[in-house]
Design a protein around this ligand. Structure first.
Ligand SMILES: *Cc1c(COP(=O)(O)O)cnc(C)c1O
Length: 435
């Protein structure tokens, strides 16, 4: 059969393949073990850590969606990342982007520093000399995450893969932020894709799970062996739920993105918004590359509020359609304050270097009616405006870092500006567990 379209692969994931009873929707095999017909006569399945029919259906659909030879479904997104690292030895160098997902950053730095699992080089791919930095590192593996979190910076996957071929390095792309609907890294030359399927692929904020997809069958076989060996394969129930979510991936992504575009246009009109970060904007530094390598600009966006951080809570309290929570990619809209939530393990100066300001907010735009989302934000800005004009936060000053970090003398005088982000960080940032 000629290559099927995304909507078809996703909608028909696992459908009409039941060999036992011809069920249209496949059953969930919760069994841990499988009967042998006789000694020496094991069937296709023996024990569910190694192989499970429900998990296999999900793996097949994900491999087809990403255009890979083999997919391995893991119990979390982090274990999918850990799995890719099994290809490295202590003599190898791993290059990672300076702004990768915090949990991945913690994994890479701790494995390198405390376990000597590999050598680590951290590169800022937004700097002009990234090529020479990578050539100097002579890596065995290059890790990419594009768009990045929370500023949606874009890395040129094709260019990195071309360089990697010359250096015989493997390229791994964390494709969580876009899903295969909006970006297919293997087609751009990458060797491995990893996903936190917790996000868009499941899409309903009710499963934590992951997946790794390989372009090469032999590498996939080796990593499947490791997944079983380490015991990090996904649960049957999670695979069943994720298959259910996956079937609507395409229409969800379309609605997420249409809503995000309208919100970006709205935010740009807001006097209290000083910056909007979204790769779909023509003046976004990564716009041209995003346009060339993505099938859409996605539904994650960030913006800075041009107000004193003491007023953040007023804005957040006024919103009803944006829930204050980390994570992303679910059908519901979420709002996050990276400075005190996803990126709180970075101290104030590290945040400043990374461009994460005290009033930066990140949205995971859901699939609610756009008019409701826009009305909600409009209400939030109206409340914010009157609070900041009165010079006094309406909410009691919260004790969290969001309101503790004032950029200058606070108009209300109620906030001790010395109480910065770093005060809550007695630990090495890499060890501070947030998730
Ligand atoms: C959430 C996330 C992960 C980790 O996934 P879990 O499912 O939470 O273990 C990795 N990478 C990115 C980009 C993520 O957003």
């Amino acid at each position: 059969m000629s290559q099927r379209h995304f909507a078809t692969i996703a909608a028909r994931a696992g459908i009409a393949q039941d060999t036992a009873h011809d069920a249209v929707t496949p059953p969930m095999y919760l069994t841990t073990t499988y009967r042998l017909k006789a000694l020496g006569q094991a069937g296709a399945y023996d024990y569910s850590r190694s192989n499970n029919p429900t998990r296999d259906l999900l793996a097949e659909a994900l491999a087809e969606l990403e255009g890979g030879a083999k997919a391995i479904v893991t119990n979390t997104g982090m274990s999918a990342c850990l799995l890719a690292l099994q290809l490295l030895t202590p003599a190898d160098t791993l290059v990672i982007p300076h702004d990768c997902y915090g949990g991945s950053y913690r994994l890479f730095t701790n494995l390198a520093e405390r376990k000597h699992s590999f050598k680590l080089v951290i590169v800022n791919f937004q700097q002009k000399d990234w090529v020479s930095q990578i050539e100097a590192a002579q890596p065995a593996m290059i890790w990419l995450e594009t768009p990045s979190n929370p500023l949606l910076q874009i890395t040129d996957i094709r260019a990195v893969c071309q360089l990697a071929k010359k250096l015989t390095a493997r390229v791994v792309v964390d494709n969580t932020f876009l899903s295969p609907v909006l970006q297919q890294p293997l087609a751009l030359g990458a060797d491995i894709v990893v996903h936190s399927t917790t996000k868009y692929i499941n899409g309903h904020s009710d499963v934590v799970a992951g997946a790794l997809i390989c372009a090469d069958q032999a590498v996939g076989d080796e990593l499947k062996w490791w997944a079983n060996c380490l015991g990090i394969t996904g649960a049957a129930f999670d695979a069943y739920m994720t298959l259910r979510g996956l079937r609507t991936l395409l229409p969800r992504m379309q609605q997420h993105q249409t809503n995000a575009e309208r919100i970006v246009a709205f935010l740009q009109q807001q006097p209290l918004v000083s910056n909007v970060y979204y790769p779909g904007l023509v003046d976004h530094p990564g716009h041209a590359i995003a346009k060339a390598q993505q099938q859409g600009f996605g539904a994650m966006l960030s913006f800075d509020l041009a107000v004193d951080p003491v007023f953040l809570q007023d804005f957040l309290d006024a919103l009803q359609c944006f829930t204050l929570a980390q994570s992303l990619g679910g059908i519901e809209s979420l709002i996050c304050h990276p400075g005190s939530m996803t990126h709180a393990s970075m101290d104030a100066s590290a945040q400043a270097t990374a461009g994460i300001g005290p009033t930066l907010l990140r949205l995971s735009v859901g699939i609610e009616a756009i008019d409701d989302l826009l009305a909600d934000l409009a209400h939030g800005f109206a409340v914010l405006e009157s609070a900041s004009r009165a010079g006094r936060p309406q909410s009691a000053p919260a004790t969290n870092q969001a309101s503790a970090k004032a950029s200058g003398p606070s108009a209300s005088g109620a906030i001790d500006s010395k109480q910065g982000f770093s005060q809550s960080l007695p630990l090495n940032p890499a060890l501070t567990a947030l998730w």
